[in-house]
Structures are given as structure tokens and as C-alpha cells.
Design a protein around this ligand. Structure first.
Ligand code: TXA
Ligand code: MG
Length: 341
């Protein structure tokens, strides 16, 4: 990989113009979205898209999400848009929902990881929207982390992973949501299949479908050679260097007793905001509700690495509503290993 210097851009009109020009010229630019930072390139430009895979170290069969600024762009990318998708777009776009469609030939197969489908999302972050609009390109953008690491929720995190590997990053502040979008596909015109949980939950989507279900890969480890509905399910994900160990405890006391009797040098705890401290053990906190936990989880993962933590015992989030997105990222970071008390 050639060493280049990565420009740090801001949200001024001049900087957004520079970012969109770079994208139009086939360069890689990390952009803020409301979920996490994305590593953007023109989705129609094969060379640029290949450079995304190289910069991230991403397996070539893991497809990218294409980001659009309006519904006209959807028609340039997707074929056979079902009625249910229009209803969902009216309700949830712009926002943290990615829908999978049959792809048009204009989207090269590198972008879709060799699949004949394409994931599409209309982000709500004004900076992302404006950059897409100014560039006039549908923007392929996976999360802007090195493959396997936690998704970046600040421009600094992007630079920590990508400095010297991409043309620019646009600093749009801390991401509001903090975990990646909900990804869905349609098994038939009335069935929603959730491939990745996000802040838009099963409960939010339910009124729009006759049938809705969550893929089983959300709850259990899938072997690397299994046939999966979404290639991203197979790969190790979201892991900091710190070993992450969720503890499924009936209450705080049993969690705290377990940690006190097992802690060694370099052991940390990741607690809910409302938990008391555990004397003698360094603790970080990640909110009490799903929305707050989603906002903080990847931040804490990166902080654990910064302080050099060796192991973090984590309080287990719930598995309903938006909380399921936090549960899923945590389980993936832990390789689905849990301590059950
Ligand atoms: O919030 C988000 O979705 C962020 C921001 C930048 O938009 N993007 C993101 O992209 O998380 P990425 O590449 O890190 O995750 C995309 C996920 C992967 O698990 C991938 O396998 C799945 O979406 N995916 C993309 N296209 C697909 C397709 N055609 N069929 C099945 N799964 C697909
Ligand atoms: Mg990712």
C-alpha cells in the first residue's frame, strides 16, 4: 500500500466540496454518518472500490453498503424495488436502515462482494448527505475501521486506523447512534429477514411486514465455511485487542463477586451507568439503556485498548429492542464466549 498523507477536512462548504471532488476522482474519503464513520468511494468505480478493500484489509466476498442522498439514486442502483421497501423508506429513511435489493449492472460485482444483490442506505447525517449530493455518486462505504476492529465513531478513530491509507477524513463530530445500521433483506414481498440488528429494531419494523424474523447468526457463532445470508456474519468483528468477556449474571452482586474473585493484573470491568463501583477494580461504564449503550460501546472498546487493558468483564445487555444491536456487537467481539453465572 502506498503511503499517502490523509487530509483532515471539516464540515465547511469548501471542505465538503473538496471531499466530493476527491470521491468523484476515485479517491477514498472517510465520512461521518449518524451510525459510524464510513470509508467512502464511488460505488460504480471498480478501482476505487478495490482500494476500499485493500485499505481495510477486508475479505473480497464481504459486500459494501451503497449510500444514497435521494430516491432517484436508488433507482440507479437497485432492480425490482418491492412495495414493502417503499413503505419502509418512507418511514425510516433517511436513517439507520440498510435494505438489500437485486442490483443493477451499473454497480460492479466488486462492490457487492460478487453477489447479485446490493445493500442500500440513505444516511441522515447532514455531512454525509451533502457529500453524496455534491459528488453525484452513490457512495460505497463500509465502516472506516481496519477489518476486524471496532467501527470508528469519531474522526480520530478513523485516523488511528487509516492514517496514510486514504485521501481524507471529514470530521463531522461524534456519531449519534454509535453502532452500525440495521440490515434487512426480503425473503418474499411481505417477509423481513433481519441480517444485522441496529437501533431500528424488530419491534419498529414489525408493523410493516406480515412476517419478520432475526437470522440465527445473530445469536450464535457461524463456522467460516457455512452458507450465510450475509457474508459479514462469518467474520470476526468489532474486537479490540483487550479480551472481551460478557458475564451473564442474575444481578450486580453476583457479577461483582465473580469479578473480584477472578481479577488479575490488567482486568477491567465494563459496567452499566447505574452500577456501583467495584472496589479495587478499574471500571468503565457504557450506559443503562440500549440507545445509550450503543452510543458508548465502541468508544469504550477503543478506550480499553488505549489504557492497555488485558481483559474486560462486561455486564450483559438485554436482547430486545435496540439493545439487541449492543448484545450482538458484544457477542461478536467476544467470539460468542460468555460466562454464565
Ligand atoms: O451503519 C452502517 O451500516 C455503516 C455506515 C458507514 O453506513 N456501514 C457498515 O458497513 O456497517 P459494513 O461494510 O461495515 O457492514 C455491512 C454489512 C456487512 O455485514 C455485509 O456483509 C452486509 O452489510 N451486506 C452488505 N451488502 C449485502 C448484501 N448484498 N447481502 C447481504 N449482506 C450484505
Ligand atoms: Mg464494518
Amino acid at each position: 500500500m502506498n503511503q499517502i498523507s490523509t487530509k483532515l477536512l471539516h464540515d465547511s462548504p469548501e471542505d465538503l466540496r473538496i471531499a466530493s471532488e476527491l470521491l468523484r476522482n476515485g479517491e477514498l474519503v472517510a465520512i461521518p454518518t449518524e451510525t459510524v464513520y464510513g470509508l467512502g468511494a464511488d460505488a460504480r468505480n471498480e478501482t476505487a472500490v478495490r482500494a476500499i478493500f485493500a485499505a481495510k484489509g477486508r475479505p473480497a466476498d464481504n459486500p459494501l453498503i451503497v449510500h444514497i442522498a435521494d430516491l432517484d439514486m436508488l433507482e440507479q442502483i437497485a432492480l425490482e424495488i418491492p412495495e414493502i421497501a417503499i413503505r419502509l423508506a418512507e418511514q425510516f429513511w433517511s436513517g439507520a436502515l440498510t435494505m438489500i435489493f437485486k442490483k443493477r449492472p451499473e454497480i460492479p460485482s466488486v462492490t457487492s462482494g460478487g453477489l447479485d444483490t446490493v445493500g442500500v442506505r440513505m444516511p441522515s447525517h447532514p455531512v454525509a448527505r451533502e457529500i453524496i449530493r455534491l459528488s453525484g455518486c452513490p457512495i460505497a462505504a463500509p465502516s472506516a475501521n481496519r477489518s476486524g476492529l471496532p467501527s470508528p465513531t469519531t474522526a480520530k478513530h478513523v485516523l488511528d486506523d487509516m492514517n496514510g491509507r486514504i485521501a481524507a477524513v471529514v470530521d463531522g463530530g461524534q456519531c449519534e447512534v454509535g453502532v452500525e445500521s440495521t440490515v434487512i433483506c426480503f425473503d418474499d414481498p411481505e417477509t423481513i429477514h433481519i441480517l444485522r440488528p441496529g437501533c431500528i429494531s424488530l419491534e419498529d419494523l414489525q408493523p410493516f411486514a406480515e412476517k419478520i424474523y432475526i437470522d440465527k447468526a445473530i445469536f450464535e457463532q457461524i463456522s467460516p465455511d457455512a452458507k450465510v445470508a450475509s457474508p459479514g456474519m462469518k467474520y470476526k468483528h468489532y474486537s479490540p485487542k483487550t479480551k472481551i468477556l460478557p458475564v451473564d449474571a442474575p444481578d450486580f452482586e453476583s457479577f461483582s463477586d465473580y469479578v473480584k474473585s477472578h481479577a488479575q493484573n490488567g482486568t477491567y470491568c465494563l459496567l452499566f451507568d447505574s452500577d456501583p463501583d467495584i472496589p479495587g477494580i478499574p471500571c468503565m461504564r457504557y450506559g443503562d439503556t440500549g440507545i445509550a449503550q450503543a452510543h458508548d460501546l465502541f468508544l469504550r472498546f477503543r478506550e480499553l485498548d488505549e489504557v492497555g487493558a488485558r481483559l474486560a468483564y462486561v455486564r450483559m445487555p438485554r436482547q430486545t429492542g435496540a439493545d439487541l444491536s449492543v448484545y450482538n456487537r458484544l457477542m461478536r467481539a467476544a467470539g460468542f464466549e460468555v460466562i454464565k453465572l
